[in-house]
Ligand binder design. Structure first.
Ligand code: PGA
Length: 255
């Protein structure tokens, strides 16, 4: 379960959010049953990392550069994330694909350098509303997957988590129905099977993101191909985020 804080919190609030989430996860006995990562804004990584201490909660960056180092004003390298204790990174969030024009060619390079640096990469894919309305959702997501995985070896690609995030569901209060999420996750696994093999497709985590909250989480996580969630707005309240983690643990223990 990933908490994508986006450009929210200030330093004190970010540290407090991490501390509160950690305490609630421990109180709920969820630390062992759900793999959790938080993705704070870059400037707060180190402080949030300190707050997480030696817990099982992973620290992650919201993006990284496709470049290793050099004259790239404003960018943050994968190695810098590692230096700060991050072990994961989000690649290709739709707010970067659509807001900042990042395309699959760039994202493939980012993915490669993140994996070379030893990070777990959360690769976001998802269609816009017009693409869905045109009946092209699965084709768009398949093209994103093929474009971003490129020629990555199965060994390198093992550290990729795929996040299906329909653009129209992010921050809008609209979620994909559990059926739609399941259908797309199964389709994603089909593409991964073509790119690698069925064992690879079966063990790759495919998580859902887009207006997940404490109320709708369980129905989504109940679906067999939904392995977790990438949570934006609801991750900014520790109680909500931990309720979503609990919903996931309950869904999985019921299967
Ligand atoms: P949301 O964001 O939960 O606020 O819709 C999800 C995401 O962008 O990862």
């Amino acid at each position: 379960m990933g908490g994508n804080w986006k450009m929210n919190t200030d330093l004190a609030a970010g540290v407090e959010l991490a501390e509160d989430a950690l305490a609630a996860l421990a109180a709920g006995g969820l630390e062992q049953s759900v793999d959790v990562a938080v993705f704070p804004p870059f400037p707060y990584l180190q402080s949030v990392g300190r707050a997480l201490g030696h817990s099982n909660v992973l620290l992650g960056g919201q993006d990284c550069s496709a470049e290793a180092s050099g004259a790239f004003t404003g960018q943050v390298s994968a190695a810098m994330l590692c230096d700060l204790g991050a072990r994961s990174v989000i690649i290709g969030h739709s707010e970067r694909r659509h807001g900042l024009g990042e395309d699959d060619d760039l994202l493939r390079e980012k993915l490669a350098i993140a994996l070379e640096s030893g990070l777990v990469a959360v690769l976001c894919v998802g269609e816009t509303l017009s693409q869905r309305d045109d009946g092209r959702a699965e084709a768009v997501v398949a093209a994103q997957l093929r474009g971003c995985f490129g020629t990555l070896t199965a060994e390198a690609a093992m550290r990729v988590v795929v996040a299906y995030e329909p653009v129209w569901a992010i921050g809008t209060g609209r979620t994909a129905s559990p059926d739609d999420a399941q259908a797309m996750h199964a389709s994603i696994r089909g593409v991964l099977g073509d790119l690698y093999d069925s064992a690879f497709a079966a063990r790759t985590r495919v998580i859902y993101g887009g207006s997940v909250n404490a109320k709708n989480a369980r129905a989504i996580f109940d679906r067999p191909d939904v392995d977790g969630g990438l949570i934006g707005g609801a991750s900014l309240k520790a109680d909500d985020f931990v309720s979503i983690c609990r919903a996931a643990a309950e869904a999985w223990s019921a299967t």
